[in-house]
Write a protein that binds this ligand. Sequence first.
Ligand code: MEV
Length: 318
Amino acid sequence: MKASASAPGKVILVGEHFVVEGSPAIAVAVDVRARATAEAAEGDLVTISSRELGEASFGPGAGGGPLYPVYVAVQEIFKRAGRRAGLRLTIESDIPPGAGMGSSAAVAAAAAAATARLLGLPLSPDEIAQAALAAETIVHGKPSGIDPAVTSYGGAIYFKRGAKPERISADFGRVRLVLADSGIQRSTGALVARVLETKRRHPEVLEPLYKAAANLAEKARSALERGDFATVGELMNINHGMLSALGVSNAKLEELVYAAREAGALGAKITGAGGGGMIVALCWSEDAERVARALSGIAARTIVAPVSEKGATSTLEG
Ligand code: MEV
């Protein structure tokens, strides 16, 4: 018997970094997915293999290596099931790693969902998100939990640290997201730590900015709910300026953001931790290819993606 699962990548529309300190943020799932298959194996080892990261086996108490966070997500499922099992887990992902699209959370969510399905354990999106969050904590220190939440739920999520994520009811049919990769790899954990350190040194300057970011997320939520994408785009531009103030922009990201706006995007900003990785441009559907073309000459890659309603899903095969 074999179980397979997939989970989507994510794009933060507004609020990254600010969300780590308790401001709300809004993220959407996009249909670029990570997949996992789980099969029962003899003994109690969990062997995880990936084309990019190789293969590693984990037993009780074992740790370390690039595949260890995936094992941590699987272990969370064992805890919920009240038993371990020998497993062979294969993971693969179309989500560019280290680029701000939540690839590590999606891989962990897919692995957790496939394992739970194989063990016959029904899981809510919240429970899958919790397993993926345990993995994220290994990958980057102080995650807010937004990436695990959006990959597990799908659609558009209003997220506030410590509160249950809320699905935003919005119709994204008329818009597309254009993602452009700076090609600069960076560590989310290191950037989060740097921003927190800057805030610690200048609280009287940055605390009002965090408050403003919370107000911005509330406005963006109501604009999404009434389908006012022009306002969402404007708020994304303002949010980009706030992220620059936190120190996570650079010349390449600014070049991409301005090129997207000049080509007709409704709004464009860093998405994810910044310092490299991707920018996102919100576009009317009919403008998306033009914006992507304008970015393709200066980006390492571009992706045009509709918002995906589908979060983590799993099935049992033969
Ligand atoms: C990373 O996708 C978003 C950050 O806000 C970190 C987090 O929320 O865990 C930078």
